[in-house]
Write a protein of this length. Structure first.
Length: 208
């Protein structure tokens, strides 16, 4: 069975990726699972470059097929920000980002926003890993306050067209509708090719 490394140390992302990648006939592992300590900076101005850099670095360090992403929230009233700097937007760290966004948009009429994920899949090669990129986007708006206890990051303030934030969704629904879920869905055909070309199947009656 192919090992597929998820190149992140973010526990929220790891949990999501494990669910999203569960259909693959692959062993999904994290850096912690294999005893790897690697911190890859995100210096670039685009999600694509940051995601590619992370996937490439983890694949080169381990020799494993690696998946990594860079994601963010883009707010119309903030000229598309914080965008690629979403995780570094607030001086207090990633957990403070949603509160700072809400503070900046206090009383604003234009609350349009979208969540963006660029996913990179790196396959080790003779000289360096090759990288394929996939995108997932979901449109919505900013809530006026935090709502919901699920998810992580900006989920409690990102509101979908039905009025719920992504932090108020059950895990399965969030996985189907989120920016990260859509990026993984776009990547699945390629991931199937490089991990054996088939999905895991539920047990049959004879197997039970």
């Amino acid at each position: 069975m192919t090992r597929l490394l998820v190149g992140t140390n973010n526990p929220g992302k790891l949990a999501e990726f494990r669910r999203l990648l569960a259909p693959l006939d692959a062993e999904v592992v994290s850096p912690g699972d294999i005893g790897l300590t690697l911190d890859v900076p995100e210096p670039h101005a685009t999600y694509e470059e940051n995601a590619g850099e992370k996937a490439r670095a983890f694949a080169a360090a381990t020799g494993l097929v690696t998946l990594a992403d860079d994601s963010g929230i883009e707010v119309a009233a903030l000229d598309g920000g914080p965008g690629v700097r979403s995780a570094r937007f607030a001086p207090g760290g990633p957990d403070a980002g949603p509160d700072l966004v809400l503070e900046r948009l206090a009383g604003a009429d234009d609350r349009r926003a979208r969540m963006v994920c660029w996913l990179a899949v790196a396959v080790p090669g003779v000289s360096e890993p090759s990288v394929r990129l996939f995108e997932g986007v979901v449109e919505g708006q900013l809530a006026t306050e935090r709502r919901g206890t699920g998810g992580f990051g900006y989920d409690p303030i990102f509101e979908l067209d039905d009025g719920r934030t992504t932090a108020q969704l059950a895990e399965a629904e969030k996985d189907a509708r989120s920016h990260r879920g859509r990026a993984v869905a776009a990547a699945l055909p390629y991931l199937r090719e490089i991990t054996g070309g088939r999905d895991r199947m539920p047990p049959t009656v004879e197997d039970a």
